[in-house]
Design a protein. Structure first.
Length: 529
């Protein structure tokens, strides 16, 4: 052990080679989740302990399961090498006693040669819900085994050529995979799971969301000889507990953060908007902030993701899209460009952004709200990594108030509402209940949450609002989009030119429609005399 070995990590009982790697990566003190889970996950005299861990993103949870798993694999490798050396020395001694030529050590065969093919037999496996998360976990593992000579890490995900991944699997001790591709390779007998000793489920709740319950059950049956299961989840929801009952044996629970304690280093802001075009103006205002190093803009759909990225590129921003419809090679190249600083803004969907760990991401923008409240915590967890401060800005239309209430109820924290001068919303939202406890399916009591018009009608009723009623300060022209008071389709386009297909925007009269013909043929209309 050298002087650079972190003494705090050494107290956890990890192997020296892993401590050296931790020191090389610049870590000196374990995070709370690492300090609590690593000693429990290491092998003990009385056996192994299954663990259920709930911790926030960016808390170091990946290292909390990688370090004990790699420690166990390294210990097994040293024991196996010692046994092989003892056997070889015994054969040499026998040859010397018999006066024959001593045996030679066997040469390692090239695993990429088809003639030397053997099904991969890993000793540990990590399952992840998305390709990006699997690649990030595998890269973290590779960084930690830099001093573990002979210890191999492989990751297998969908969207990559089978031949390449089969070659990677050869002699792999740790395999990081998505459930679908793992079962594909197992069914074709490219990998043997019978010797897996430790199974890790990272973001188990997300795997259930994506429909991997049956795949997890099949993997459980294929790895029944394992001695340990580690499950990491954002929450201990009932469905996660049911999964644990099927896969684990008397697991020990470690819950470090409740929803209201999460992301203390991330400032959260909420902007109410009247329309989609209003949201785009708010986004444009923020994207021009010189304090932004790199940022992720979350969209609700793949189409919205592509549209936002293309529009941002047209007005001069360095932006790319990332979603599940893209090829895996293209996704990898765009993530690499983000990590290398060649891309400033990543426009992504929830699934594609899982596992992105780039410390220089200073801002997260929720342009489209997540479908589930717990996904909000994963989104904003992309910033504020490694103890840094972050900023999460959410832009919501008034019709999205239910989703905002659900997010506040889940996090048990109110989202501070801020207004940008010149971009004030024309609508108004009245809160009748404390944040975090909204009545399901009920509107706020008291005044109508929509701003009434001068005739006492709710906003949107009666005549359409004219372009001159936007109420904005007449300053610099926005870089993209029309003033939100003028409505429009929300496309980024030159001011004064309507977007394609925006014929029914605010201030435009709808085209008359012909009455539908009667099913019973023409009717006789009798006029009163």
């Amino acid at each position: 052990m050298t002087d650079t070995t972190p003494t705090a990590f050494a107290a956890l009982g990890l192997a020296d080679v892993l401590l050296h790697a931790v020191a090389d990566l610049g870590f000196t003190e374990p995070t709370p989740v690492q300090a609590q889970t690593i000693p429990l996950a290491l092998p003990r005299d009385d056996g192994w302990q299954d663990l259920m861990v709930s911790s926030q993103t960016g808390s170091g949870k990946t290292a909390s399961f990688l370090l004990p798993v790699l420690h166990t694999l390294w210990s097994h490798r040293l024991a196996r090498l010692a046994a092989e050396n003892a056997e070889w020395e015994a054969r040499v001694a026998e040859a010397a006693a018999a006066g024959t030529e001593p045996p030679k050590r066997p040469r390692r065969k090239d695993p990429t040669n088809p003639r030397n093919f053997k099904a991969a037999v890993p000793g540990a496996m990590v399952l992840c819900p998305t390709r990006e998360l699997a690649q990030q976990v595998a890269q973290d593992a590779i960084d930690l085994v830099r001093h573990c000579k002979g210890l191999r890490v492989a990751h297998i995900v969908g969207g990559m050529p089978y031949a390449v991944q089969i070659a990677r699997l050869q002699n792999a001790d740790l395999v990081v995979a998505t459930p679908g591709r793992l079962l594909d390779l197992q069914r074709s007998r490219q990998i043997d799971l019978s010797q897996v000793q430790t199974l890790v489920l990272d973001e188990a709740d997300r795997m259930l969301d994506l429909g991997f319950a049956d795949d997890l059950a099949e993997i459980h049956n294929l790895t029944e000889s394992r001695v340990q299961t580690l499950m990491y989840s954002a929450t201990f929801a009932p469905r996660v507990q049911q999964l644990a009952q099927r896969l684990m044996r008397a697991p020990h629970r470690v819950q470090l953060d409740s929803p209201q304690e999460r992301h203390d280093n991330i400032r959260q802001i909420l902007h109410w908007a009247d329309s989609r075009s209003h949201k785009r103006q708010l986004l444009d205002h923020w994207l021009r902030d010189p304090k932004i190093d790199q940022a992720i803009v979350f969209a609700s759909t793949q189409i919205e993701c592509d549209e936002l990225a293309n529009d941002l590129q047209q007005v001069g921003f360095s932006a790319v899209a990332l979603h599940g419809a893209l090829s895996q090679g293209l996704r990898n190249r765009r993530l690499q460009a983000l990590r290398q600083g060649r891309v400033q803004f990543l426009v992504a969907t929830d699934v594609a952004a899982r596992g992105i760990d780039v410390p220089t991401i200073s801002h997260v923008f929720n342009f489209g709200l997540p479908l589930k409240a717990e996904d909000y915590t994963h989104r904003i967890g992309r910033t504020g990594r490694a103890g840094r401060d972050g900023l999460a800005i959410t832009m919501a239309e008034f019709r999205d108030k239910r989703k905002i209430f659900d997010i506040e109820a889940f996090t048990r924290q109110p989202m501070p509402v801020e207004v940008i001068p010149g971009l004030e919303p024309q609508g108004r939202l009245e809160r009748s209940q404390p944040a975090g406890k909204p009545g399901r399916g009920r509107r706020p009591e008291g005044k109508d949450w929509r701003k009434p018009s001068s005739h006492g009608k709710p906003h949107g009723a009666g005549k359409p609002r004219g372009a001159g009623q936007g109420g904005h300060a007449q300053g610099d022209k926005p870089a993209f989009g029309k003033p939100h008071g003028g409505g429009g389709s929300g496309k980024f386009h030159a001011a004064g030119k309507p977007a394609h297909g925006a014929g029914n925007a605010h201030g435009a009269h709808p085209s008359p429609r012909k009455p539908a013909p009667s099913r019973g043929g023409p009717r006789q209309v009798h006029r009163a005399k």
